[in-house]
Design a protein around this ligand. Structure first.
Ligand code: F6P
Length: 504
């Protein structure tokens, strides 16, 4: 992980703080609640309820220095080959800002601007047409980002289009979406960086047939010839590039659905919010760098406290899809047990990310957060100003958000142990001034940079995902056997295929 002395320091702090209690940490330092808070543009974050103190943060800062985290962030935006196993840069920052220095980053930014210009033209064309409904067909990064942003920013939509999403290869999803739509007034966007993803191609073919041809088909892909061969007019194919990872791509033409929902001005504001966070991530010193602090706390919780999962708890129904989105961003990026240099990281890496929107989840899994045997660190996310006028509802929502974070941290003693709350469950509390394109862009970019910083601390590649290939290959081999053409699979799979075939 890093220099031996630093690792020893890290472990000393872990031992020292193993018994530390959050209420005691707060009581010991009256300034802590303010001192461990940061604001970057529209995003405020408070780390005071993490089981960490100034000395630990200094050691973690030492680790960040040891792995040259600031230089690594610079290298990312400048277009260095940070995705070594695929010999590529990861230039999602070039999609939203000109912060990258050097030819590679500048060329990427220029291409991104040109593609955005073309996308704006297609948005205008669709607005001027009779199309009322648009279906985004994609999966993983070609679905989760646009789906999240369209949902989160629905208060910024003028309602010109109804957006629909199809991702699962389960035909019931596409069938349910098509039910009730008029093919003459519907357009579809096939979003697939590779244009080789089984789910997207099958759903795309079903929608193309339902539309009666490719006239209102659009595509976003790095594989333009395949999109054209599928029947999409080249004038309606927007580019993607191998220098953008799928889970980092909503800022590219993959965000076409977002631009249709909130207009180009809204989309530009989303990018501007992300660009603001990029500048902060690259320029702010370690001690006041929000994504770096978030990453250091994540590594601390995983490695020093040994906490295996991480909850994401937005207290805003519009952000209900944030846990799904972050599951891919974090778990596909950090789900590695081999470092980029082929060695073992020597410590646990990715946490299991899960969660849901408050207050609903208070009535489902919060019991386990409060009294379960596993401690689950949480990111709470609240929004100060709502987009509705139901003041009583909003105050109740915020009161619940604050109450839960406090209850998890402080706990509550009781004579009856069944009624006692152990507390000492760490959380970070984020507040957005309002849920708007700019603040959403800044928040998502914060998570992207935190994930990258964690990958640097662990020495793993955040931008490949070799672990998803094997299942895809085996599924391809099993398809003929499921159709009765020969045998495939191990003994259990063969028994299951027989069972399925006997009953279908
Ligand atoms: O299954 C992994 C994955 O490659 C993701 O990383 C990606 O976001 C998703 O599949 C979709 O890929 P594509 O955009 O190429 O269809």
């Amino acid at each position: 992980m890093a220099g031996e002395a630093l690792v020893r320091e890290f472990l000393d702090h872990a031992e020292r703080l193993a018994g530390a209690r959050i209420p005691d940490l707060l009581a010991a330092d009256p300034a802590r609640a303010g001192a461990m808070a940061l604001r970057v543009g529209p995003v405020y974050a408070n780390f005071a309820r993490q089981r960490i103190d100034a000395a630990t943060l200094a050691t973690l800062g030492g680790l960040a220095g040891h792995v040259r985290l600031s230089l690594a962030l610079r290298a990312l935006v400048d277009g260095a080959e940070v995705n070594a196993s695929e010999a590529r840069p990861a230039l999602h920052t070039a999609l939203r800002s000109g912060i990258g220095r050097g030819e590679v980053a500048r060329a990427a930014h220029a291409e991104a601007l040109a593609a955005r210009g073309r996308m704006a033209g297609l948005v205008d064309g669709l607005r001027a047409s009779g199309v009322t409904d648009v279906i985004n067909i994609g999966i993983g990064g070609s679905d989760l980002g646009p789906r999240l942003a369209v949902d989160a920013l629905k208060d910024f939509s003028d309602g010109r289009f109804h957006l629909h999403f199809v991702s699962n290869v389960d035909g019931s999803e596409v069938q349910h979406v098509l039910r009730g739509l008029d093919p003459a007034r519907t357009a579809a966007i096939l979003v697939s960086k590779s244009f080789g993803t089984q789910e997207t191609l099958l759903n795309g073919a079903a929608v193309r047939d339902w539309l009666g041809g490719g006239e209102r088909l659009y595509a976003v892909s790095a594989n333009v010839p395949a999109a054209e061969a599928f029947g999409v007019d080249p004038a309606r194919v927007l580019p993607m590039w191998d220098w953008v990872g799928g889970r980092y791509s909503l800022w590219s033409s993959v965000g076409f659905a977002i631009a249709l929902a909130i207009g180009m001005d809204g989309f530009e504001a989303l990018l501007a919010g992300a660009a603001e966070m990029d500048a902060h991530a690259v320029e702010a010193p370690l001690e006041t760098n929000l994504p770096i602090l978030h990453a250091l706390v994540a590594v601390w919780n995983r490695n020093a406290l040994g906490l295996p999962t991480q909850a994401v708890l937005p207290y805003d129904q519009r952000l209900a899809r944030l846990p799904d989105y972050l599951q891919q961003l974090v778990m596909e990026s950090l789900g590695k047990s081999v470092r980029s240099d082929g060695r073992s990281p020597g410590v646990a890496t990715v946490p299991v990310v899960w969660g849901g929107a408050g207050t609903g989840v208070q009535h489902s899994f919060f019991q386990a957060l409060h009294q379960g045997t596993d401690v689950v660190p949480a990111d709470f996310i609240g929004v100060v100003r709502p987009a509705h006028g139901l003041r009583d509802n909003h105050e109740a929502l915020l009161a619940n958000l604050l109450a839960q974070a406090e209850a998890l941290g402080n706990g509550h003693a009781a004579e009856d142990p069944q009624k006692a709350y152990p507390g000492n469950r760490p959380s970070t509390l984020f507040l957005l001034d309002e849920l708007a394109p700019r603040s959403l862009g800044a928040l998502l970019a914060m998570y992207e940079h935190s994930v990258y910083a964690q990958s640097v601390l662990w020495g793993i590649n955040a931008f490949d995902q070799w672990g998803v290939e094997l299942g895809k290959r085996i599924a391809g081999e099993l398809l003929p056997a499921l159709r009765g053409e020969g045998e495939a699979g191990d003994a259990v799979t063969r028994a299951l295929i027989n069972e399925i075939r006997a009953r279908s």
